[in-house]
Design a binder for this molecule. Structure first.
Ligand code: PGA
Length: 240
């Protein structure tokens, strides 16, 4: 795993932007694996700014997102599909029909997982952007998730519900389940960028870099990937 330690959030986002632009410029129809959460917001703002100023085009790109809350869809501003449209897609020239995410409102959840897995087998990510949970989760693969997992439904860990409650009116509104890409779907990406900022991520980043590779800390699987880049700020990287 390559490690890029930077001073702050802005530099982290800038380093990530450089990698995304390299991928998109060398392969205009690249498949971008995208993530939600606070961490990639700076990257998405920089992609939008670069698109406006330098005309980098995403018109031929396809995107696959990591996860979605069970029960939420575009009609909810807490859904991840809404997040992506608001924070990135409406600000670049991507075609919405080329953007993919699990359908949180699917009636048949097992069929939805199967549909998404089939899609991911077709659309192998040229680059996958990841954040990391304070407990070391990636996407919603909570501690203990098998390394060979594919898209599945998870019961969210209490720590994740608490972390994510800041984005809801109250903790009771946070969905208890989500669809998530599995760890093997993530490892299938040709290149992975994992971003982390702030002291709340220091434990997880310490384990990612120096801990034993184990299912109790799902992110540690990334050390087995041939092209994974960790970009973290000083606070998140304080144990490495
Ligand atoms: P965050 O979430 O970017 O909002 O910190 C990351 C994650 O839980 O994977």
């Amino acid at each position: 795993m390559k490690i890029i330690k930077v001073k702050n959030y802005d530099e982290m986002s800038e380093e990530a932007l450089k990698i995304i632009l390299d991928v998109v410029r060398s392969k205009p129809d690249a498949v971008l694996g995208l993530a939600t959460g606070s961490t990639p917001l700076g990257l998405y703002a920089k992609m939008a700014q670069d698109h406006k100023e330098n005309g980098t085009s995403y018109a031929k790109c396809r995107t696959v997102n990591l996860d979605e809350y069970v029960g939420l869809d575009i009609s909810s501003d807490q859904s991840y599909v809404y997040f992506m449209r608001e924070n990135l897609f409406k600000n670049i020239d991507i075609k919405l029909e080329n953007t993919h995410i699990e359908n949180g409102k699917a009636d048949d959840k097992e069929a939805e997982c199967a549909r998404y897995n089939a899609l991911l087998n077709e659309l192998k990510q040229d680059v996958q952007v990841l954040g990391i949970g304070s407990n070391g989760h990636i996407a919603f693969n909570e501690p203990g998730t098998p390394f060979d997992s594919v898209t599945h439904i998870v019961d969210l860990a209490e720590s994740t519900i608490k972390d994510n409650s800041r984005l809801f009116n109250s903790i009771d509104e946070v969905p208890r389940q989500a669809f998530t890409m599995g760890l093997s779907n993530i490892m299938n990406a040709k290149k992975i960028i994992i971003l982390a900022n702030g002291e709340g991520k220091a434990y997880a980043i310490g384990e990612l870099v120096n801990g034993e590779i184990r299912e109790e800390v799902p992110a540690t699987i990334l050390r087995n990937h041939p092209d994974c880049i960790l970009i973290c700020d000083e606070l998140a990287g304080k144990y490495i």
